[in-house]
Design a protein around this ligand. Sequence first.
Ligand code: C2E
Ligand code: MG
Ligand code: MG
Ligand code: MG
Length: 287
Amino acid sequence: QADTAMYQAKSAGRKTLMFFDMDMQKQADKRLTIHNALRSAIEKNELLLHFQPQHMVKTGEIVGVEALVRWQPEGKMMISPVEFIPIAEESDLIIEIGYWVLVEACKQYMVWVKQGIQLPQIAVNVSAKQFHHVDFVEQVEEALHLSGMEPSYLNLEITESVVLGHAEETIRKMAQLKEKGISFSVDDFGAGYSSLSYLKRLPADELKIDRSFIRDIPRDASDMAIVEAVLALAKHMGFSVTAEGVETRQQLEFLQKQECNFYQGYFASKPITGDAIVRYVKRLKTI
Ligand code: C2E
Ligand code: MG
Ligand code: MG
Ligand code: MG
């Protein structure tokens, strides 16, 4: 009888293993399919940018926009960057996509200028692999050159993972770009592997508090304490602070009380097209 039980366990184990393998295989296939389709997405004009307004907490004034990439394959549903950026990051595809985003964001900024809208900044997300690529500084210079945008309007968002294991190189590259007038934000602050000793040396201008710390305000007392602590830290270290993912009036009121500088979130606007930004800004002016 003991033998039978063992046999059953073994076969069940094997079965489980088989299912597990199939799942992994399916996932790998899906990633490969996405990777292959993504490779031609730029040529096929399937990438596009949306822009999310950034506002001053105190006055509601618009202080900039963040460019967020989307993928619209023909005849298919729009694909979120959460799905395809990690796949692009597995190869050099992210370098190409990152460059495309930089150029398009700067060009769009200049289109807005021609339409009479001069925003204080446009923020562009930069992945770790892209930042560390040997040509990154040239990529940025090229985007500015092609668009004719002044470097001081460009804000680059990097995550804490950029610094990991590359502290010296990161600081050097950031300093090089900052010299040109470009500013830096630390995206998703608090959600990654923060090291306060690196933060001390990082020539960043701004911290963006991760959405996960804003989401449950005012229900979660710990999150409120974390936000307060980050604001105090940032103030003493000379960083400005943007709160991400503000969805409610209560959250904004909390940030007002805590003297947070800027916010982004559905409470103001979801990410929208470049044309919609024009209407958005014009509407703000009439309020
Ligand atoms: P992120 O840079 O932290 O961007 C903020 C994300 O939060 C955006 O998602 C935005 O739509 C979403 N969001 C903003 N406000 C709210 C809110 O009030 N509630 C909720 N629930 N969500 C909000 P999105 O556009 O899907 O982008 C996701 C991530 O993909 C970005 O996070 C960024 O890490 C990455 N990503 C997007 N575009 C690029 C890009 O051009 N290059 C790179 N390397 N990464 C990008
Ligand atoms: Mg970002
Ligand atoms: Mg973020
Ligand atoms: Mg992010």
